[in-house]
Design a binder for this molecule. Structure first.
Ligand code: GSH
Length: 215
């Protein structure tokens, strides 16, 4: 009953794929090519599901759900095991805050439509566009690295010894950072958490390289 509209390289889709994998939920994968024909996400058929023209969209029994963080929280509420948020309200706020450092502070600045605007409307060269991308990842990762260390709750994963919403956001953002040659040795805590996550099957199966629409 679950249908995921996704693009293999989309980090927001990657987050949801990890959640589905950790929860062991089967789903139908529908590839939405973000580049072909100017972007299939901008076609009226897709915008009828998600007016923003972005992936992912998860259709649950015919109801489209948008926004990866809301989708993940929905999945966590309906399928509580394994939990992706801590039980304690204060801990939950901490986890949401660190996850949102990635989802709200880094990712929106580097989204495809932002990069397209910077390049095609503002006339940035590829070098300038890539510098823009790296700048916001490096600035965001620098803050996240400090926050994770100061908080002192890093275990095997970002918050303790089981994956949480933070890890679901961190791994796809590291994947993107590596594509843009960000030097991850500057962020040893984030790099270590990424390695621990990528040892898990749910993260491996959600990775861009093994999706049905992977190129
Ligand atoms: N805040 C949204 C972001 C979704 C988003 O920006 N998705 C990107 C791929 S990671 C996208 O579809 N971009 C298409 C575009 O910019 O044209 C979420 O978390 O679901």
């Amino acid at each position: 009953m679950l249908k995921l509209y996704s693009y293999f390289r989309s980090s927001a889709s990657f987050r949801v794929r990890i959640a589905l994998g950790l929860k062991g939920l089967p789903y139908e994968y529908v590839g939405v090519h973000l580049l072909k024909e100017g972007g299939m996400q901008l076609k009226p058929e897709y915008r009828a599901l998600n007016a923003d023209g972005v992936v992912p969209t998860l259709v649950v029994d015919g109801q489209p759900l948008i926004q990866s963080m809301a989708i993940i929280e929905y999945l966590d509420e309906v399928h509580p095991e394994p939990p992706l948020l801590p039980k304690d309200a204060l801990d939950r706020a901490i986890v949401r805050g660190l996850a949102q450092e990635i989802a709200c502070e880094i990712h929106p600045l580097n989204n495809l439509r932002v990069l397209k605007y910077v390049k095609h409307k503002l006339g940035a060269t590829d070098e300038v566009k890539d510098a823009w991308y790296k700048h916001w990842v490096e600035e965001g990762f620098a803050s996240l690295e400090v926050n994770l260390s100061q908080l002192g709750r890093v275990g095997r994963f970002a918050f303790g010894d089981t994956p949480t919403l933070i890890d679901l956001c961190l791994v796809p953002q590291v994947f993107n950072a590596q594509r843009f040659n960000v030097d991850m040795s500057r962020f040893p805590t984030i790099a270590k958490i990424n390695d621990a996550c990528m040892a898990l099957e749910a993260f491996q199966k959600a990775a861009p390289g093994v999706q049905p629409d992977s190129e």
